[in-house]
Design a protein around this ligand. Structure first.
Ligand code: CA
Length: 575
């Protein structure tokens, strides 16, 4: 523990010394920081009021930044203007932010962003605006978004460290012209790398004297036993052996073919070496559909899963009598009430245990790995040519890319111990000797509460993007006697990582015209394949007699053109 803390502290000290040592040359060369961003961006660099990098306040004199951001509907008491963290961070940085907030669903938010971009009345910063990759390229190339590469290298040690620790992040947010126009929101947690896990009712398995299944055949047998064995003991055949939330078939399908979800939708594609394949047209995929259709047909997989939302599934799983035998989810909290975070024998939450990926009939046994691709890569923070002090802007956001900034924006003030707790504000502190994280190693910090008081923090990345490393998430202190974070970590590392496979196609930058064609084809094919998958597994369409018609429909919707564009753009980005 001590050794680890010391080495962390000394690293930090080195970083600070290195920064202050070269601070003077940086300010004199700062006019180069904007790169080729056009006259507005470059000339404004000279106007920076910045203090030495790595120190607070960021500007010696009070500076202002205009930030346009979008978010979903906030809780009633949340107000960015009066928020505890807003006031705290203004005091720390000496930068006052004029916020312009747009609240709405993703479509409304995208529309507001488009209007803002079209208005040419640019804020200094677009934050949480889901800027598409083609928007980044278009507005980057025409000088509205300034390149961030040099600003990051010189003034953003935390973002730079994120790149150094995760070279794929820098790679995935670098546009084909070599510039970075936007910063990503990266929140890593170990169990998030396996989003589709199978959770089975362990109490019932024990009662029915069944081992945790390891193959698709054994899984089938286990579901039959749950269906027929009356494990809830009420004399009725009312058990629901398997229920998912929507078309969450990735766990089962990966026993047949690589099958991932990107932005909560099946991508139906995979990267096989350097070749992109359309999974949704492969024979192995059809085999997987046959297996899943059999489960539905025999009453083992609830057909109404496909239209079930989270609340409905939770109501079913928490109801009386107990009926659910198994469910797929990132973690059981998606369909069970977390009544206690620490292991408790009589808690239904703790009854459900993850099983490993199943071996399929052809010997395939894998779980898709969601830890490499950056979703929405680079879309969450862009600095515009209207910004008079880009150095201050990049330093302002850099804070959220380390543990202290992430935690303070999430939990409230960093305090020494409980005695300093302010009622209604909560906070967090460094870990003390003996506290452990989810991996059983010495913890890094202890949070006193997460946004229980709604006007304390900026909530889960609703105002700015952030970075949470795996170590940071794992380093949160948990009770040593079986906290669910520890259970989730163990399950992922022990049961899923031995089978992890990463064939997800990484995100690509495309120019505007290609991007529209690609997005349109992608949406059409995904919609059609998703709809067809639901029809095949529920028996509305017959997998034996209607598969060829499905394939020819995919072709008439433009599958060949889609694959051609995809492959060509992949090679432009990555070869
Ligand atoms: Ca029963």
């Amino acid at each position: 523990m001590k050794k680890r803390m010391l080495s962390f502290a000394s690293l930090l000290l080195c970083a600070l010394l290195a920064l202050s040592a070269c601070g003077q040359t940086q300010s004199s060369s700062s006019s180069a920081a904007g790169g080729n961003s056009g006259s507005a961006g470059a000339s404004s660099q000279a106007a920076s009021q910045s203090t030495a990098p790595g120190t607070f306040p960021i500007t010696a004199e009070k500076t202002e930044l205009d930030i346009f951001f979008t978010r979903d509907t906030p809780p009633a008491n949340w107000d960015v203007e009066t928020n505890w963290f807003t006031e705290y961070y203004e005091e720390l940085t000496n930068i006052h932010v004029n916020f312009e907030m747009v609240v709405g669903d993703p479509a409304q938010r995208a529309q507001a962003v488009n209007l803002k971009l079209a208005s040419a009345q640019y804020p200094d910063i677009f934050s949480k605006c889901m800027l598409s990759r083609s928007q980044q390229v278009m507005y980057g190339t025409n000088g509205v978004f300034i390149p961030l590469n040099d600003l990051i290298d010189q003034y953003a040690p935390n973002i730079k460290k994120m790149f150094d620790d995760n070279p794929h992040i820098r790679e995935q947010i670098t546009a084909p012209d070599g510039n970075i126009y936007g910063l990503p929101d990266v929140v890593y947690f170990v169990h998030g790398t396996s989003p589709s896990k199978m959770w089975m009712n362990g109490k019932w398995l024990e009662q029915l004297d069944i081992e945790a299944p390891a193959t698709t055949e054994e899984f089938y047998d286990a579901l039959v036993a749950i269906r027929d064995g009356d494990p809830n003991g009420n004399g009725l055949k009312d058990e629901v052996p398997l229920v998912t939330q929507g078309l969450d078939i990735a766990f089962l399908m990966n026993s047949f073919v690589y099958f991932d979800m990107v932005n909560n939708r099946p991508s139906f594609t995979m990267l096989d070496g350097d070749e992109i394949k359309f999974v949704g047209a492969m024979d192995e995929y059809r085999e997987g559909l046959r297996y899943i259709a059999k489960l539905v047909n025999e009453g083992l997989y609830a057909a109404d899963s496909l239209t079930m939302d989270r609340n409905q599934r939770t109501a079913l799983a928490m109801g009386d009598p107990e009926v659910v035998g198994a469910g797929t989810a990132l973690w059981p909290g998606h369909f069970l009430t977390v009544d206690t975070p620490v292991y408790s024998e009589d808690s239904r939450f703790w009854e459900y245990q993850a099983i490993s990926p199943l071996e399929g009939p052809a010997g395939l046994r894998q779980a898709y790995y969601a830890g490499a691709a950056i979703l929405n890569g680079g879309s969450e923070f862009a600095i515009t040519s209207a910004c008079e002090d880009p150095v201050a802007a990049i330093r302002w956001i850099d804070y959220f890319y380390n543990l202290e900034g992430f935690n303070t924006a999430s939990y409230g003030p960093k305090i020494a111990d409980e005695a300093e707790l302010i009622e209604g504000i909560a906070g967090w502190r460094e870990a003390i000797d003996g506290e452990v994280g989810a991996d059983g190693n010495p913890a890094l910090f202890f949070p006193y509460g997460l946004n229980n008081e709604v006007n304390v923090g900026w909530q889960t990345g609703q105002v700015v993007p952030r970075y949470q490393s795996y170590a940071q998430h794992t380093g949160m202190a948990v009770p040593a006697d079986g906290h669910y974070e520890q259970m989730l970590y163990d399950v992922t590392v022990n049961d899923y990582w031995p089978y992890k496979a990463d064939k997800t196609v990484p995100p690509l930058y495309m120019d505007d015209q290609v991007s529209s064609e690609f997005a349109e084809l992608n949406a059409i094919l995904q919609d059609y394949a998703t709809e067809a998958a639901a029809q095949f597994i529920t028996g509305v369409r017959d997998l034996e007699t209607e598969w060829d018609a499905y394939l020819s429909e995919l072709n008439s919707l433009g599958l060949a053109r889609f694959m051609e564009v995809y492959q060509q753009e992949y090679e432009k980005n990555y070869k």
